[in-house]
Design a protein around this ligand. Structure first.
Ligand SMILES: NC(=O)c1ccc[n+]([C@@H]2O[C@H](COP(=O)([O-])OP(=O)(O)OC[C@H]3O[C@@H](n4cnc5c(N)ncnc54)[C@H](OP(=O)(O)O)[C@@H]3O)[C@@H](O)[C@H]2O)c1
Length: 361
């Protein structure tokens, strides 16, 4: 049990695929303080019951201003394991000096959340971003590579998702929505960006335990954070463990199939089909590679099982670091907007995640 202050540790989306894993781990460390929040009272109550250790629940719709105010009123920290009204939830939390952890992968949320930095410093709140697998582990892997090769000007990030992984509905919806957008992978448009570094292309990479795979640019927020903070040209690409589904996903993107599905209001049907169609394994791999011009590259990779579980666990570890003021590397977590590398180190985090089969490759 960890004792750090008082106040509720709220997990919004706490009975979703990511949020449930977060709430479960936090309840071990902060018994009697975890509160599971979401719109469905029956699901919230069932999750709180299953997690136990004094976990409570609250019916909350974060699109309602009144609910957002209630959410932060008695909280010490809010974990956002859903992508709805994130900036409004963060503003309410930071105004009250409540810490805020967000697993969002969306680059368009980086700037409005980063704009809360000054207010957060004044109220003593920490806003932790780039939390999860991608972003999250990808940022930490890239940092390791850049530490080893400080002169690097290019960082290539790769995520291989397992199609047998029990992905939550919102995660699948996010992938389909991003696949439906025309513009992808232009790093520099997020935090402090502004330099359009052009359109990255499909390439092939060697993934540990998988082999050589075709990987496609995808608009995860990690590449924007790395470009803004390290001045490198960063690109994130992804593939699925199934070659057939990878080509289907990206053929669907280039043919406009997902945009058509959205226009025909069939995107919900498509998301449901993808949530239930588990055809592969649950293993994921993330890899970062840093290089300068055509010189040798430094590469690091991590593999694990269950992207949602691991994302939830990363959020829990980050929340604990923020609540306790930090232990390990780095030793302190200061107030303001911080990214995962300013809250925890790769080796410490991988050790914490070993129960999810996460290991350095
Ligand atoms: N950083 C990473 O590596 C990473 C990895 C995976 C996922 N993610 C992100 O994590 C988020 C959650 O994904 P997931 O797979 O856990 O989704 P999920 O299983 O569908 O869970 C979403 C949760 O949010 C709740 N929710 C939805 N609308 C809400 C609202 N207006 N107010 C309060 N609660 C609301 C849902 O419950 P109700 O609908 O009943 O309210 C549900 O509990 C997504 O945004 C995804 O992009 C990030």
């Amino acid at each position: 049990m960890v004792t750090a202050g008082s106040g509720a540790v709220v997990v919004v989306g706490g009975y979703g695929a990511v949020g449930h894993a977060t709430a479960e781990m936090l309840a071990e460390w902060f018994p009697g303080r975890v509160l599971v929040a979401g719109r469905d009272p029956a699901r919230a109550a069932r999750a709180a019951d299953a997690i136990g250790r004094g976990t409570t629940w609250r019916q909350v719709d974060v699109t309602s201003a009144a609910d957002r105010a209630r959410l932060s009123a008695d909280a010490a920290l809010v974990v956002m394991a859903v992508e709805r009204a994130n900036v409004a939830v963060a503003q309410e939390a930071v105004r009250r000096g409540v810490h805020y952890v967000d697993v969002t992968a969306s680059p368009q949320l980086l700037r409005p959340l980063t704009d809360l930095d000054q207010l957060a410093v004044r109220t003593g709140s920490t806003v932790a971003l780039s939390v999860g697998v991608a972003p999250g582990l990808t940022n930490l892997l890239a940092d390791e590579c850049l530490r080893e090769l400080p002169a690097a000007d290019t960082v290539e990030l790769t995520l291989m998702l397992g199609t047998g992984d029990p992905h939550g509905r919102d995660s699948v919806r996010w992938i389909v929505e991003q696949a439906a957008t025309a513009s992808v992978g232009t790093a520099g448009a997020g935090v402090g960006g502004g330099t359009d570094v052009g359109r990255p292309r499909r390439t092939r990479v060697d993934l540990p335990g998988v082999g050589r795979r075709a990987v496609f640019p995808f608009p995860f927020s990690d590449q924007h954070v790395l470009t803004a903070r390290h001045g490198v040209r960063a690109t994130t690409r992804m593939c699925l463990d199934s070659r057939v589904l990878t080509w289907t996903l990206f053929a669907g993107r280039s043919s406009g199939l997902f945009r058509l599905a959205r226009r025909l209001r069939l995107d919900d049907v498509l998301v449901s089909a993808l949530v239930w169609a588990r055809v592969g394994a649950d293993r994921f791999v993330v890899r970062a590679s840093a290089s300068r011009s055509s010189g040798p590259a430094v590469t690091r990779a991590v593999a694990g099982r269950g992207t949602s579980q691991v994302t939830g666990a990363v959020a829990a570890v980050v929340a604990r670091q923020v609540l306790t003021g930090g232990t390990g590397t780095p030793a302190r977590v200061s107030a303001g907007v911080r990214h995962i590398d300013q809250v925890t180190g790769l080796a410490d985090l991988v050790a914490e995640l070993s129960r999810h089969g996460v290991m350095l490759e």
